[in-house]
Ligand binder design. Structure first.
Ligand SMILES: NC(=O)c1ccc[n+]([C@@H]2O[C@H](COP(=O)([O-])OP(=O)(O)OC[C@H]3O[C@@H](n4cnc5c(N)ncnc54)[C@H](O)[C@@H]3O)[C@@H](O)[C@H]2O)c1
Length: 329
């Protein structure tokens, strides 16, 4: 149930606020009059993502692995949105310690900093990766998780640590399992929604795009604005917040083949992908059950992917023209 009295949010710290999702969240918080402090070490994030709000926020250039930076970031905050992470699941296979340090130990450090600073609530960016290669769709929050990478395991550990902190220290805590997020500012080297970034890059450069497998695999692509909506709902949720977990998707999926065709049609380019052998480790179907997110948090998802896909493609077009990589005709 959506509880009656919403929590007040005056001062927030956003770890990973210079990143793709974090910078959209920061923009929304600033627009709502919330005082925002960003803690980011700019490893995959960019200051340019915060250009439009830079004069209205505080920025701490530091790491979630550094207690002093965390104390500077959390001082005076009612709430911490913890989005900073080592974000590559494939990368975590070869760099397990880097992923573990930033994500698992880093999340523990963020929680301890919340305790020191007297923060009331934390909202954590978890991932649908925790479901692993379970064939069950749609994914419900109560189904067993089966992490298949150090990255997925670190997100599962983060969720558990939030529950422990809530239990031991009374910190209010909510974890959100993001599915395949997409939107403007997602870079082509991002490990997620790689399909959208890679297809956009290929199509805009006039190349034939590559699809692994037959293209019949499905994904729940969720616009970044919907993710921001969920983050804000979780921040203001008047429920118990004892480490509760919610899926964040559209609650509908499309095939990779349909996605490519939609993108080609929006851009007015030929739709003739090249099909490559399937990649090992890719799950066939991924779809979020969002009924609990709707009924508890009051989340209202977008109707579909197309409006955000148009906006995202326009953003990639501008980026490529601005960088001079594709000259205007
Ligand atoms: N994009 C998706 O589809 C998706 C899906 C599931 C979960 N997530 C999670 O959402 C969060 C945001 O992801 P994103 O897609 O915006 O990626 P991103 O790489 O754009 O953002 C991550 C941010 O964290 C910062 N960061 C990394 N290590 C840090 C450290 N040690 N200290 C401080 N800052 C650090 C980076 O500089 C970057 O700004 C991550 O926790 C990610 O795991 C994203």
């Amino acid at each position: 149930m959506i509880h009656g009295h919403q929590q007040i949010l005056n001062r927030a710290c956003v770890t990973g606020g210079a990143g793709f999702i974090g910078s959209h969240l920061v923009g929304a918080l600033v627009a709502q009059g919330v005082h925002v402090r960003v803690l980011d070490n700019l490893s995959t994030g960019r200051e340019a993502n915060l250009r439009s709000v830079r004069s209205r926020i505080e920025f701490v250039n530091g790491s979630v692995c550094d207690d002093a930076a965390l104390d500077a970031g959390c001082a005076g905050a009612d709430l911490v949105f913890h989005l900073a992470a080592y974000v590559s699941a494939p990368g975590s296979v070869n760099e397990p310690m880097a992923c573990h340090e930033t994500n698992t130990t880093g999340t523990l450090r963020v929680l301890d900093a919340c305790r020191r600073a007297g923060v009331r609530r934390i909202v954590f960016a978890s991932s649908a990766a925790v479901y692993g290669d379970s064939e069950v769709v749609p994914k419900t929050e109560d189904q067993p998780i089966m992490p298949c990478s150090v990255y997925a395991q670190s997100k599962a550990a983060g969720e558990h640590l939030l529950r422990v902190w809530s239990h031991c220290h009374g910190l209010e805590a909510v974890s959100l399992r993001f599915f395949n997020v997409f939107g403007p500012r997602q870079t082509a080297d991002s490990a997620y929604a790689a399909a959208i970034a890679a297809f956009a890059e290929g199509m805009l450069r006039g190349r034939r795009i590559k699809i692994f497998g037959d293209g019949g695999q499905t994904r729940d692509f969720v616009p970044v604005a919907d993710v921001v909506q969920c983050l804000l709902c979780a921040a203001r949720w008047s429920g118990p917040a004892r480490g509760d977990v919610f899926n964040v998707g559209l609650g509908r999926s499309i095939t990779i083949r349909e996605l490519a065709a939609m993108m080609a049609s929006i851009l007015g380019v030929p739709d003739n992908p090249e099909f490559l052998p399937p990649r090992g480790g890719d799950v066939r179907h991924s779809l979020a059950d969002i009924s609990s997110t709707r009924s508890n948090l009051g989340y209202v998802p977008s109707e579909g992917v197309e409006p955000c896909l148009r906006e995202t493609l326009a953003w990639y077009q501008r980026l490529i023209h601005e960088s001079g990589l594709i000259q205007s005709a």
